[in-house]
Design a protein around this ligand. Structure first.
Ligand code: HEM
Length: 448
């Protein structure tokens, strides 16, 4: 009897300690395989006071070549990771690609708002009840991105292809599932066929396949994943802070901008952004960061520094009476001097509109864990605004909390196993290392 009770107590305690330990183990496995020669910023060599200076340094410019962890990123972003804007090295190709992206994203505010409103209205039709916010958001941003690129309403099969591709990428990135290359390649083939219909100039000097990869990487992977994740975070904070939700619904619309700023401060989409140094960076007379080093800029740590009680969610930090956001340790879209996000202007405009559309229709509540990596995809209860909250509402939230805790146990084990497999598989495939090796020896491989 005592043994049964001890066993029952052990099992019941799992959600409180096991997921944390498994995550720590996963991080150790990743570090081991990726090599620990990376330089953490802030860290022993570069303090928080020089975070921005080093990030902005012209020699902190390499993106992929020479970093062991690139093989893993390329694996997650395949097919065509070598054409993903984020991973292209500086040069003519990068300039051409970045120019095209800027062109596609340069939408006047009113048009962007109108597009976001239309996509949200379609995506939210028939929603409600217990949802996962990331899943709810994906079709909305799939349609939004499609319309930016093709300038016409997104057909249903294209929306499903895009959302399927983006979901597969983010699921594997979070190690909650493996890659399904067939899903991703179906989108590549579709884009290849549709290249003549793109409404904007595409980068010059690229083959049709490279153009398809470029579009897939920037607009049908990164744009959809990042917007869906950012919105899931935003809606989760609204669901868990009823006072903020009420003010966002009925108060000054600009208040939502403060909420977005604070959400992206507390839950930055990038945990770490890395750069490979292309030259030496002198720190003082005696110390320098050598060329070829991998610098890992820690966003969450940067965003915690310089704020009172930094773990508390408080949109008042971005009140118009306080110092402007650009004077704070707040870089949700990266650093202006070093390849910042090209959607830094458009993203918050579209997010605000979609949040308003959700709030107008539903009251949000969530009792699930809200962490930066959001592996639970943001469980949330959406109650139509004209409905009433009652005992059932409380029971659903209780169920959600219970389910979330136990899912955490299972998921952490899945992430450990799948993550370890993908790290191993990525090291075996060496997509990035092989790409650069082939570029250095064109005659043996036929490239260039
Ligand atoms: C709220 C949403 C978003 C956030 C918070 C975000 C954040 C970021 C950050 C922090 C970086 C720079 C990382 C670094 O320094 O390495 C970045 C880069 C990038 N983002 Fe976003 N992003 C968002 C939405 C989008 C969208 C909608 C697109 C659409 C195309 C996009 C495309 C890119 C690209 C292409 C880069 C690489 C830029 C370059 O290297 O030239 N992002 N993003």
């Amino acid at each position: 009897m005592v043994t049964v009770l001890v066993l029952a107590a052990f099992v019941a305690s799992l959600p409180w300690w096991l997921p944390g330990r498994v995550v720590a183990l996963r991080v150790r496995v990743f570090n081991r395989v990726n090599g620990q020669e990376n330089i953490a910023v802030p860290g022993d060599l570069v303090g928080m006071d020089r975070f921005k200076e080093v990030y902005s340094h012209p020699a902190a410019g390499g993106r992929s070549e020479g970093a062991a962890l690139s093989d893993l990123f390329w694996y997650w972003l395949a097919p065509g990771p070598e054409m993903h804007q984020e991973h292209l090295e500086a040069g003519e190709r990068y300039d051409a690609v970045a120019r095209s992206t800027r062109g596609i994203l340069s939408v006047p505010r009113v048009k962007a708002e109108e597009l976001a409103r239309r996509c949200a209205a379609r995506g939210l039709a028939g929603a409600g009840g217990l949802v996962r916010l990331r899943d709810l958001m994906m079709p909305i941003w799939a349609e939004f991105s499609y319309e930016l690129v093709f300038g016409e309403r997104c057909p249903r099969h294209a929306r499903d292809l895009i959302a399927g591709n983006a979901d597969d990428v983010v699921t594997s990135l979070k190690c909650t599932g493996l890659r399904h290359m067939d899903r991703r390649e179906r989108l590549t083939r579709y884009l290849l066929d549709r290249l003549p219909d793109v409404r904007h100039p595409l980068p010059g000097g690229l083959t049709p396949m490279e153009r398809a990869y470029y579009l897939q990487g920037a607009f049908f992977n990164t744009a959809v994943v990042q917007m869906s994740e950012a919105m899931a975070h935003l809606l989760m904070v609204l669901a868990q802070h009823p006072d903020v939700q009420e003010r966002a619904l009925r108060g000054d619309p600009r208040y939502l901008d403060q909420v977005i700023n604070e959400t992206l401060r507390l839950y930055p989409l990038f945990g770490i952004a890395h750069r490979v140094t292309t030259g030496e960076i002198a720190l003082d007379e005696h110390t320098a960061i050598p060329a070829g080093s991998v610098l890992c800029f820690n966003y969450p740590e940067f965003h915690r520094t310089g704020f009172d009680d930094p773990g508390r969610f408080d949109p008042a930090r971005f009140d118009p009476d306080h110092p402007p956001a650009k004077e704070l340790n707040h870089i949700p879209f990266g650093i202006a001097a070093n390849r910042p996000c090209p959607a830094w202007r458009l993203a918050p405009i579209a997010m605000r509109v979609v949040a308003q559309e959700v709030l107008r229709r539903y009251a949000l509540a969530s009792s699930a864990t809200h962490s930066r990596s959001l592996p639970n995809r943001g469980p949330c209860l959406l109650t139509p605004r004209d409905g009433t909250e009652g005992t059932a509402h409380r029971a659903v939230l209780l169920f959600m909390r219970f389910r979330d805790r136990w899912e955490d146990v299972w998921r952490s084990l899945v992430q450990l196993v799948l993550g370890t497999y993908m790290v191993w598989d990525a090291r075996r495939q060496r997509l990035c290392a092989r790409h650069f090796a082939a570029a250095d020896h064109p005659t043996t491989t036929g490239r260039r």
